[in-house]
Design a protein around this ligand. Structure first.
Ligand code: FES
Length: 372
């Protein structure tokens, strides 16, 4: 039997709508597929198809909705989709670089009923920010962060941390204080997609991490009650794996720009699985009955040491995509776990982070996508 599907099935509480892979930025840690360029804009779901997805997912129990990409602002029907989401009763969140935003658009989002806007920055100052984004964006991001707040939204800033900016944590948090941010997410790069090919150049060293953590915790204490700071260390430095996606097909449903339905935004790379498409199947069938969504539900797929591990109901064996990337087998325990027979691979990666190769970052752009 492929996967055990204990009924009743969970609900897809979190719907991630990746509206497009088009993006004006070129972040070297982007989670989009390396071959994103293969999916042309003409293959993207239409407005009507997205509305059908929103309706069907809501009927299945989805409550939280994230609009992401690529850059979701590229879609000119974003306001329409937000209005539809509001009508359906979603709590909607726009995850954006702010490029493609102006104040009129922020007002239109407010009018349409968007609940939350999260703006990502690459660094605390212009030169590094724009270098990491592969384009000039910093000043516009600052202006848009202020516009978001002016229009009554909490200011939510996200900084993806890696070895090139982790030493800026104090400056990042000073910038957030200066901007009067309400929430700051210090999100360490997750090593998938473009971050996977740039892993060696992005992985922070142990010393950087210890220092960064100390500073972040000091600011958390200092800003208690005024600004909420989230700080998560890279899971490669943990002893146990993360409960990725809260389990396969348990809570998260990602719809890629072309309509492919995925249990996580990285799953497309896993071999031997055919992911269904909302152009051809209902969201209900996809979630409840498609073989791909059932593949890693339950624990029958697990190998040892996960199968007999008392923690399997807590971490679900970790991340399937990470297990595949590091071992070539998605049924293995996530090698981040120190009980994994492949944990030495993670230890080796961490050790190499003390003396990384001095090679340039491969920016996520159509030219570089041809290499993969
Ligand atoms: Fe795919 Fe973790 S990112 S299961």
């Amino acid at each position: 039997m492929v996967g055990s599907t204990t009924r009743p099935l969970p609900k897809p509480l979190w719907l991630l709508a990746e509206l497009t892979y088009a993006c004006p930025l070129q972040c070297a840690y982007c989670s989009n597929p390396l071959d994103f360029n293969r999916y042309s804009r003409s293959q993207e779901l239409t407005t009507d198809q997205w509305i059908r997805v929103l309706k069907e997912a809501r009927q299945l129990g989805a409550l939280q909705l994230g609009f992401s990409g690529g850059e979701p602002l590229v879609r000119t029907d974003l306001e329409q989709l937000i209005a539809e989401a509001r009508q359906l009763g979603y709590y909607s969140n726009l995850i954006t670089s702010a490029i493609g935003m102006d104040e009129a658009r922020v007002a239109a989002f407010r009018q349409a009923g968007l609940d939350h806007i999260q703006i990502s920055f690459q660094a605390s100052e212009e030169t590094l920010n724009d270098q990491l984004a592969g384009t000039t964006t910093f000043q516009h991001k600052l202006a848009m962060a202020q516009a978001v707040k002016k229009h009554g939204y909490p200011m939510v800033l996200c900084f993806v941390l890696h070895r090139h900016n982790i030493e800026q944590i104090a400056d990042i948090l000073e910038l957030a204080i200066q901007l009067e941010a309400d929430y700051v997410e210090l999100a360490t790069a997750q090593y998938y997609g473009w971050a996977w090919v740039n892993r060696e150049q992005l992985m922070p060293s142990q010393a950087q991490l210890v220092e960064g953590e100390k500073i972040a915790h000091a600011y958390q204490e200092r800003m208690k009650g005024k600004m909420k700071i989230y700080y998560v260390v890279p899971d490669y430095y943990e002893k146990r794996p993360k409960a990725c996606m809260n389990g396969w097909g348990a809570v998260f449903l990602t719809i890629a720009p072309d309509g492919t339905a995925l249990p996580c935004h990285e799953a497309r790379q896993l071999p031997g699985l055919t992911f269904p498409n909302v152009k051809e199947a209902s969201v209900e069938w996809i979630w409840n009955d498609s073989p791909a969504f059932n593949r890693y539900r339950g624990d029958e797929w697990m190998k040892e040491p996960c199968r007999s591990c008392p923690e399997k109901s807590k971490d679900f064996g970790g991340c399937r995509c990470q297990a595949y990337l590091l071992t070539g087998d998605a049924c293995e325990a996530d090698p981040v776990c120190e009980l994994s027979p492949h944990h030495d691979k993670v230890v080796d990666i961490i050790n190499r982070a003390d003396n990384p190769k001095n090679t340039p970052l491969i920016l996520r752009n159509p030219q570089n996508a041809k290499r993969f």
